[in-house]
Design a binder for this molecule. Structure first.
Ligand SMILES: [Zn+2]
Length: 427
């Protein structure tokens, strides 16, 4: 069911007109209130949203550099202290966490967008959902509010006690669970009874992976349920994107609240948002008050789909291929560890689906062959022919030479939150 049909089924071209008006207002607000953008833009004012690519990009490091003991949030803070109602921290996939201040209307918009994104997965009023985020200081907490908004019975559960969680699923019989794809895989691996549980929908978010076809197939098999994914960007908004039951990429649930662009990560050049295009996702707040961001580099590398979707939602869809930060360049070829995992996973049931890419050189550029540890399935023994077949398939699909080392089941570290796909040399 579409949570907000008037908005979500509106022709995408009309969205631009609405967003253009919001952008002009947002821009005027920034010039009025944002010390950071007043300095950064140095008087440049675009004619409208169509000219947004003429504005500079915003990097997280730039914002961070403006934090002071007097203003630990950063110079992009626009709202008065009395206007704020909440301050989250980002989980900080790189470096120290930063603070995300929200006004009442910001939080309301976040929950609205998140509710649209999660409703796309097919969950609805009266159903039960178990959440497994230890939300704590993190923005994921705002996503949980969207479950109540949709009329679901929300059963909050943290990570850390899988047995208790599996017992709760048996007793409370939820129709849905929401967790990270790593944790979903971890639970299914250890609890084969979950395939027969009441859970019909597994909603994954928090890291890429839930959209990789072999990994998704494994999750769907392990849970006996449909898997869809959602994605947010800490500094911009929670669960901005949510996948519908067609399972062909995540729709923009936060349409009207953020503007979407794609850039070439190395040069920053704007790319057209066309079907099949891929690049780094860049987002701009359209109606934000706390600490709005303009052309924010998300470091998420995504692939866009703009073909019509039979669910009736008209926003573009995307799939996250990986973090730009995780990307390695091997002899001129961009390699995402998540793409390596996707290829390796096609060797199931011989492999567990867990891999670790060992970056030997500091930095992005690596010399071939790239060492990759591939974990075998439970009970499987090392087999030179399997290692050769994996190496050959990775070479033909991703055009990269690897050195595949097969390791026994259970060797690679599992995380209940985000799985680590790259091991970097510490200098
Ligand atoms: Zn759809």
């Amino acid at each position: 069911m579409i949570a907000d049909p008037e908005v979500e089924a509106r022709p995408w071209a009309e969205q631009f007109t609405v967003d253009d008006a919001s952008f002009r207002e947002q821009f005027a607000y920034l010039l009025d209130r944002s010390l950071f953008y007043r300095e950064k833009l140095a008087g440049f004012v675009p004619a409208g949203l169509a000219d947004i690519a003429e504005l500079p990009l915003t990097d997280k490091q730039e914002i961070r550099a403006t934090c002071t003991p007097e203003n630990p949030i950063g110079a992009h803070l626009c709202a008065e202290p009395s206007e704020l109602i909440r301050i989250y921290s980002t989980s900080g996939t790189t470096g120290t966490p930063s603070y995300v201040p929200l006004t009442a209307s910001d939080l309301e918009n976040w929950i609205t967008g998140s509710a649209r994104s999660y409703a796309a997965s097919g969950i609805g009023a009266g159903q039960r959902i178990i959440s497994t985020y230890n939300a704590g200081p993190f923005v994921a907490g705002a996503a949980l509010a969207s479950f109540e908004r949709l009329g679901l019975v929300h059963i909050p559960f943290g990570t850390g006690n899988s047995d208790r969680l599996v017992r709760a699923i048996e007793r409370l019989k939820p129709e849905a669970v929401v967790l990270t794809p790593s944790y979903a895989a971890h639970l299914a691996e250890r609890n084969p009874e979950l395939a027969e549980s009441s859970v019909e929908r597994v909603l994954v978010a928090g890291e890429p992976g839930g959209g990789e076809p072999p990994f998704r197939a494994k999750l769907e098999d392990g849970w006996g349920a449909k898997v869809t994914e959602a994605m947010g960007v800490g500094d911009i908004g929670v669960s901005l994107w949510g996948e519908c039951e067609e399972q062909d990429g995540m729709h923009l649930g936060a349409r009207g609240f953020v503007h979407v662009e794609l850039i070439e990560p190395e040069t920053g050049a704007a790319l057209e948002l066309s079907d099949g295009a891929n690049g780094e996702l860049v987002l701009t707040h359209l109606r934000h008050r706390g600490a709005p961001l303009l052309r924010f580099r998300t470091r998420d590398h995504v692939e866009i789909r703009t073909s019509p979707c039979s669910c009736g939602r008209t926003s573009p869809r995307l799939r996250c291929i990986g973090r730009t930060d995780d990307m390695l360049i091997v002899r001129g070829v961009n390699v995402f560890p998540s793409a390596v995992r996707e290829v390796v996973s096609t060797f199931a049931p011989d492999v567990s689906g867990h891999i670790l890419v060992k970056a030997e050189a500091p930095g992005v550029k690596q010399d071939p062959p790239l060492p990759v540890s591939v974990e075998l399935a439970e009970g499987a023994g090392a087999d030179a022919a399997l290692a050769d077949a994996i190496r050959e398939k990775v070479r033909s699909v991703l055009v990269v030479q690897t050195r595949v080392e097969l390791v026994p089941w259970g060797t690679l570290r599992r995380s209940e939150y985000k799985s680590q796909l790259v091991e970097r040399q510490v200098l």
